[in-house]
Design a binder for this molecule. Sequence first.
Ligand SMILES: CC(C)(COP(=O)(O)OP(=O)(O)OC[C@H]1O[C@@H](n2cnc3c(N)ncnc32)[C@H](O)[C@@H]1OP(=O)(O)O)[C@@H](O)C(=O)NCCC(=O)NCCS
Length: 278
Amino acid sequence: MNLYPASKFTYEELTDAYNETRVDYLVPMPMNVARLMEYCRVYDVSLEHSCVAVEEETVLGLGMLGVRQGRGWITRLGVLPAGRRKGTGTALMTGLVDAAERDNLDTIWLEVIKGNEPAHQLFHKFGFTETRELIVARRAPKTVLDESIFDKIKRITTLNHEDAIILLAHREERPNWLNETESQQNVRNLSALLVELKNGGRGWVTYHAGLLQLTRLIVEVTVGNPTEVAEAVLTVLHQRHKRQDAIAENLCEDEKWLGFQKVGYFDSFRRIEMKRPL
Ligand SMILES: CC(C)(COP(=O)(O)OP(=O)(O)OC[C@H]1O[C@@H](n2cnc3c(N)ncnc32)[C@H](O)[C@@H]1OP(=O)(O)O)[C@@H](O)C(=O)NCCC(=O)NCCS
């Protein structure tokens, strides 16, 4: 088996290989070429640092590396089902760690879906340790909202993409790679709502409003009770976007999460964030 940089392959070949590694995955996540290209752009995936394992002209698996200011992020790792438990996952991980070391990165991050024991074991073997558990939450459109919350609101301010990036850059909580300002900056047309409560509470949400879905949701509570303010901010958001369903990725299980649940978000699945110093 040989390892090659992913930059030697077309996006079509990478997409086909990726989809084949995921046919039996816990959470189905098929990709098409446009989505994989967008994914690599938004998350700063470097195909030069990413690896493809090949044996006799057959792709066995692949793994990708995002690179940002001294940090790496392993993603899209997968081996085709027929070729597992023969050391390909280990070879890909070695290739990705080597690529990160060559670039003098300090730390590598990754996430593994909770319950994916093969991958979790593999990452432990490579010295990764758990940092936190993250929730991927969803909400159906038209879930009933508590309209009385509007009585508590003093002011709502609508902000544009540039303002959204400024808000995101001033967050106190350490965001996960997907939600880092670097990722959000690479997304076009973010919107934001700033909500102030009569009791002094204050918070905001940034998001991308697609025709059918709200994505890239990030809520920050700057003043006041995290549950109450998050609930108010999200009530305003969903009152304005009644038709779209929503997905909020990589939330922490904290008081803000209670606010999400109050407006109808449910826990879809969980990821375990892990890191390894280099
Ligand atoms: C996770 C995955 C990449 C491992 O690839 P692989 O080629 O089978 O891995 P290797 O043969 O190199 O195994 C290396 C280690 O992984 C762990 N591992 C692999 N398969 C395992 C299994 N079924 N159960 C438990 N541990 C397993 C073991 O620690 C193993 O070391 P060992 O053989 O000394 O016990 C592969 O199972 C896969 O592609 N799964 C579907 C996609 C996926 O989950 N990707 C990761 C997303 S975060």
